[in-house]
Structures are given as structure tokens and as C-alpha cells.
Design a protein around this ligand. Structure first.
Ligand code: NIG
Ligand code: FE
Length: 413
């Protein structure tokens, strides 16, 4: 009998997400490949077998009877590295202040930029590591992380280098995005700052990021500026992503399709015509239900409509000082309760489609032979429990690249 490193036995539901290796849309988002009473064999960091009643000797056997086993969550949109906090904005939001009003009063992104510029590398590393530990304990095994709280070449590079260091030293894999175009820093016009991003920043940061992102929004970067920045990124090898139509519909969804962005994120105000263009080009719609939740808004994206239009949908936390959340389980809950997604669709959005949104679907996002063994065991009998039993952490075992993570060793949060 062959020996493997880890054998997971008898899971009540083994959610494989097996299927075509491209963004899942329409009905395909609901086919999450469940095997009842399934087993999973892991060796040398990879999934080597999957099925029922597997016959292996194992160095470690995990009894998953009555439990749910699935791929680790992939969080494809975070602003992981920042300093300080903005809990004082809560009262402003309670009194009805909008995101843009807070930003104009010197709060919001600019407040965090000041804190982040002042912070030492060590402080940023430590603070971000705590958040990564928390993400991992809630089952996230890979995430994307954006710069964007530097807004000058030196500080944007500082953040991207911290991403790199965290990626090298932490179990969670991190894919970096350059988001120099997150806000307009003081003493610059939009035009001058756009020029700086294109001519100075992108060439300097290009080896530290895989994606280039822009906050395309009324009062921040126009469609035209966003297009120029994303095109310059592309020329330097950075794949476009975009914060689109979060507050006002400026045509961000259409731009994402036009420039072949890998994803367009937020999309609360996007028109059907923009969404149709995204569907045609298979641009992934990354939905961030934590953002309207933290902004105390009543409106959420109608994900049902988006899925029916054929947009492949992913979910992410948007972890940032305005929306400080590390849990993809909560995103699934909000998506089901407020955005009309089914539990199966939300799980697909938080795993496989999320891996597509960061270009990693060849390696992660589903439990299939030869894929990386990023696996979580949830203390619940089936996938519907993930939205159903909310407010607690259902994840009890995490395996990253075939290594069993000891939860106790993660930073206590
Ligand atoms: O994706 N919208 C722009 N950026 C972030 C918020 C950043 C912040 O408020 O610090 C977002 O929601
Ligand atoms: Fe964001």
C-alpha cells in the first residue's frame, strides 16, 4: 500500500470545485463538485488522490466524519499593508457621512496614507502579519494585497516590499497589486499625479507586482486617466484590475472589458450594458460585500442579476482600515443574505473564481489531482452551513501546501 503524508477520511461533504479550468459562470457556479463521504490524499504538498474509500497508509490521518472539507479560501482583493486604524470614522458614518465626505475632510485613505508613510518597516510588517494570521485562522490560504497607502514612489515601493517579505515568511501566499492610483496626494493635480504614476512609479515598481489597479471613481481617477494608467501598467507587464463603479457609475465595468482587465471590483453602480461587456470578455466581477456593510449602506450588489448576465463572480474581503475584516466566511454569509447568491455560488466565488481573479487557477481554488494541497476542514456537516451558522469560525483544520497549520501558533487576535 502506498504511503502519503496526509489522508483526510470520510468527510460528510468533500467540496472539490472540480470543473473546467476557466472562470465559472451562470449555472456552472452552482456545480461545486460535492463528493459524499469523500477522502483526500496529500503528498509532497500536492493533492495526489481524491474519491471514496481511498486505500493509503498515511503519516497523518484526519477523520472528517460529519465535517465539510473544501479548498482554502482565496481572498482576491485586500489592502493588507497599512498602519493605524480609523475607528473614529464609525461615529461619522453613523451620523450619515458618506465615504467621499469623510475622504474630503482629510479622513479615509489620506489619513491612512499619513500613518503608513510615518510607520517603520517593522511596524508595518508586524501589524500586517497579525492580519494575515487572522485570515489564515479563518481559512484563507492565498490572498491578493494592494499597495496604495504610500502615494509616492518611495512609500509605494516600501509597501510592495513588505508584501514580498510577508509572502516569503508567512504560510499565506500573497500576490501583489500596485495601486499607486488609490487617491490624489496633496500638492498634486490629478493630471500631475497620473503623469508621475505612468512615468516614474510604474517602471520602478513593476518587478514587485503582478497587477496594476486604479480607483476609478468620480473625484478620484477619471475613465481616461484610469485607461492611461492601466495601459502603462500593461506595457510594463502588469495585468489590469480596477476599482469600478463603487459609488457612481463612471463606466468602469466597460473600461475593464475594453482593456481586458482580469477583474473589475466593487461594481455596485455598474449598468447592465457594462456588465454585459464584462461577461463577453470573461472579466471577473469581484464583489466586496464587507464594504457596503462597513459603510452602513442599505444597498448591496445584485449578484443574482450579475450571475444571470453571465459575469463570473468572485468574492473578497476588501480588508482595509474602512472595512477591517479578515473572514471570507463572513463574505459568504453577506453574499447569501444580502446579495441573492446561493451557498454553492458563494463558495465557488470564494475559492475557484477567486483564484481566477488573481490568475492562480492552474494551482489553487479546487481540490483536484496535482493541484496544491490548500485544504480546510470545517466543523459543519455540509456547505449550506457556511452561510447558515454565522458569527463563529467554522474552520477547525487548515492545510497549506500540504503542511498542517497549528492554529495555536498564529497570533492571538
Ligand atoms: O476598496 N475604494 C477605495 N479603496 C478601498 C478603501 C480604502 C480606504 O478607505 O482606506 C476600497 O474600499
Ligand atoms: Fe479595495
Amino acid at each position: 500500500m502506498e504511503t502519503v503524508d496526509i489522508l483526510i477520511k470520510n468527510s460528510n461533504e468533500l467540496i472539490t470545485l472540480k470543473g473546467p479550468n476557466k472562470p465559472r459562470k451562470n449555472k456552472n457556479m452552482s456545480n461545486i463538485g460535492i463528493i459524499r463521504n469523500g477522502d483526500l490524499a496529500i503528498n509532497d504538498g500536492l493533492i495526489v488522490d481524491i474519491g471514496k474509500k481511498l486505500n493509503y497508509k498515511a503519516s497523518k490521518t484526519i477523520d472528517a466524519k460529519g465535517k465539510t472539507v473544501m479548498p482554502g479560501f482565496v481572498d482576491p482583493h485586500t489592502h493588507l499593508v497599512f498602519a493605524g486604524s480609523r475607528e473614529f470614522e464609525l461615529d461619522m458614518k453613523l451620523k450619515g457621512a458618506t465615504y467621499m465626505e469623510i475622504l474630503k475632510k482629510g479622513g479615509g485613505i489620506k489619513y491612512t496614507v499619513n500613518q503608513t508613510r510615518k510607520a517603520s518597516n517593522n511596524l508595518l510588517l508586524e501589524e500586517s502579519k497579525k492580519r494575515l494570521d487572522s485570515m489564515l485562522s479563518y481559512g484563507t490560504t492565498t490572498c491578493e494585497a494592494k499597495s496604495g497607502y504610500g502615494l509616492d514612489t518611495k512609500n509605494e515601493l516600501k509597501i510592495l516590499k513588505i508584501n514580498k517579505k510577508l509572502n516569503e515568511n508567512h504560510s499565506v501566499d500573497i500576490i501583489s497589486t500596485f495601486l499607486g492610483a488609490h487617491a490624489i496626494p496633496d500638492n498634486y493635480s490629478n493630471h500631475e499625479y497620473t503623469k508621475l504614476i505612468i512615468e516614474e512609479m510604474i517602471p520602478r515598481v513593476k518587478d514587485y507586482a503582478k497587477f496594476c489597479d486604479v480607483f476609478c471613481e468620480r473625484g478620484v481617477f477619471t475613465i481616461n486617466q484610469s485607461k492611461k494608467i492601466l495601459k502603462a501598467g500593461k506595457k510594463n507587464g502588469l495585468t489590469p484590475k480596477i476599482h469600478a463603479d463603487e459609488i457612481v457609475n463612471t463606466g468602469g465595468a466597460s473600461l475593464a472589458a475594453e482593456i481586458n482587465a482580469i477583474s473589475a471590483d466593487h461594481l455596485l453602480r455598474s449598468s447592465n450594458s457594462g456588465l454585459n461587456k464584462m461577461a463577453e470578455k470573461e472579466v471577473i466581477g469581484v464583489l466586496l460585500p464587507g464594504t457596503p456593510f462597513s459603510l452602513m449602506m442599505k444597498e448591496y450588489v445584485n449578484a443574482r442579476n450579475m450571475i444571470d448576465l453571465g459575469v463570473p463572480v468572485a468574492l473578497a474581503t476588501d480588508l482595509n482600515p474602512n472595512c477591517w475584516v479578515e473572514s471570507m466566511q463572513l463574505m459568504i454569509q453577506l453574499a447569501c443574505f444580502n446579495m441573492n447568491m446561493t451557498s454553492a455560488e458563494a463558495i465557488c466565488a470564494a475559492t475557484f473564481n477567486a483564484s481566477c481573479a488573481i490568475g492562480l487557477n492552474n494551482y489553487i481554488g479546487s481540490l483536484e489531482k496535482s493541484k496544491v494541497a490548500d485544504v480546510i476542514v470545517l466543523n459543519c456537516p455540509n456547505h449550506k452551513f457556511i452561510p447558515y451558522h454565522f458569527g463563529i469560525n467554522l474552520v477547525e483544520t487548515i492545510i497549506k501546501k500540504g503542511n498542517l497549520i497549528k492554529l495555536k501558533e498564529l497570533t492571538e487576535t
